[in-house]
Design a protein around this ligand. Structure first.
Ligand code: NAD
Length: 445
């Protein structure tokens, strides 16, 4: 640790001054949890509206447990918000970059926000800083960040390190995932950077894996791509089960009991979505190609995933024949339960296919209706799921919110025009629903 940094931390029991750039799903959790661990954190976002809300302790994203941690940290003066990167950088020892890295049209990661932030950091350097990539980025981005900072900083201020510290949290379980992770990956070039990050993470009792920066970057892309592969694998198996008259849920149980395989991420359904898996698989394919390797396995993972959405719609068509003018209720629009995130949600695609075919679609979701209404034109949004299912010819279960399992299906049967359930997540109790008189279809069973 630099002398200046030691001085700044004097009397703070070794805790740090941290700046987290990007107050999104990841940045807010990272900033508030580091503040909970007694660091002094400034969270920066270029979105003025967002920062204004945060300053009033209003949280722009739904994440269980997050508002209480933010409120407590703000009260203890350990967490503050600003739109000024330079102000935050000057006051910090460690700078986390947690801005978005969304997909470009060609599938590669759009790194313009990361580059933009790196330039601003460069112009604000005034003493040693550790600059850490938290955003998910393709391998060799760390090298580019370093080059960018060297290009834009003044001759006097070249005392910095770049590191990679990929984030593995899941939305909906983000706080626990951050505070109790399976592992912490630290990609560094210097002992100094390694020492600082190890010290920062000391209160979190988790195994720490230290690598070089390129390796850490690949660990993140490879982790998400592997989990996505597991999901597409079981979805492919589900298709075979449907043809053969087998039950994919039992197949998943049977293969999952093998400790080498594990049961998790083997739930057949309408596929993965969200802001990470689709984009990270795509970006990993993209960077591999750039480096000279065609990652055909991941191309297929992607194809299987997209085909699952159409597959559910074809199964509905098999039952209803014509979709035009049918009333269809879709329960769940977030890409998974316990989040309001609708980015790349399979439910959105399914709703759009149905709307294209002329269906009347009513959508219900416990948390994601407001975000969905920005993306979906032509659907009706109902807070109350019982209103969504009124006179419906089909109910699609698209997100496995526990609230939906607790619905009164006898009442739903009375409300629907034709009691037909297409369970895109194999989530509801099939046998019970069939006994209650529903026509029920799932995936792979
Ligand atoms: N969401 C997840 O579950 C998750 C999990 C692990 C890793 N990641 C990765 O973390 C990164 C952030 O993801 P997210 O879901 O939090 O994204 P997000 O879109 O929710 O948040 C990104 C934030 O960065 C801000 N921003 C953009 N450009 C900026 C700039 N120049 N200066 C300051 N702020 C700027 C945006 O206004 C936004 O608030 C991505 O690389 C993502 O792949 C996400």
């Amino acid at each position: 640790m630099g002398k200046k940094m030691k001085r700044k931390n004097a009397g703070k029991k070794g805790r740090f001054n941290i700046c987290v750039i990007g107050a999104g799903y990841v940045g807010l959790v990272v900033a508030s949890c580091f503040a909970k661990l007694k660091n002094k954190v400034i969270c920066v976002d270029s979105n003025q509206e967002k920062v204004k809300l945060l300053k009033q302790s209003k949280i722009p994203n739904f994440e269980p447990g997050l508002p209480a941690i933010i409120r407590d940290a703000v009260k203890k003066k350990r967490l503050s918000f600003t739109t000024s990167i330079s102000e935050a950088v000057k006051k910090s020892d460690i700078i986390f970059i947690a801005v978005g890295t969304p997909p470009r049209k060609d599938g590669e990661a759009d790194l313009s926000a990361v580059e933009n932030v790196a330039r601003t950091i460069a112009q604000s350097l005034d003493s040693y800083k550790l600059i850490v990539e938290k955003s998910t980025v393709p391998v060799q981005t760390g090298i580019e960040i370093k080059k960018t900072i060297l290009r834009y900083t003044s001759k006097r201020n070249k005392d910095f390190d770049v590191a990679s510290n990929p984030e593995f949290l899941r939305e909906g379980k983000a706080i626990d995932d951050f505070l109790y992770p399976d592992r912490i990956v630290i990609g560094v070039e210097t002992k100094r950077a390694e020492k600082i990050l190890k010290k920062l993470y000391e209160p979190i009792k988790a195994p720490v894996l230290v690598t070089d920066i390129n390796t850490a970057e690949i660990i993140k892309h490879a982790s998400n791509s592997f989990l996505a592969t597991k999901i597409s694998f079981i979805n492919a198996v589900a298709r075979v089960c449907e043809e053969a008259g087998a039950d994919v849920r039992k197949v998943a149980e049977g293969i999952g009991m093998d400790a080498r395989i594990g049961r998790r991420f083997l739930d057949a359904g309408i596929g993965f979505g969200g802001s990470c898996f689709p984009k990270d698989v795509e970006a990993f394919i993209g960077i591999s190609k750039k480096l000279g390797y065609r990652f055909n396995l991941l191309e297929e993972v992607k194809n299987i995933n997209i085909s699952q959405r159409r597959h559910l719609v074809s199964k509905i068509k098999e039952e209803l024949w014509i979709i035009k003018d049918k009333n269809i209720a879709v329960l769940g629009v977030s890409f998974k339960p316990d989040t309001d995130d609708v980015r790349e949600s399979p439910s959105i695609d399914i709703i759009n296919y149905l709307l294209e075919e002329g269906a009347k679609v009513r959508v219900s979701d416990p948390k994601a209706l407001s975000k969905a209404s920005e993306l979906l034109k032509g659907a009706h949004f109902c807070k109350d799921p019982y209103i969504a299912v009124k006179n419906a010819d089909c109910l699609i279960l698209a997100t496995e919110w526990k609230e939906f399992a607790e619905l009164d299906f006898r009442r739903i049967k009375r409300l629907m025009r034709y009691p037909f359930i297409a369970d895109g997540r194999n989530f509801l109790d099939r046998d019970k629903l069939r006994r209650a008189g529903f026509k029920y279809i799932g995936i792979g069973r």
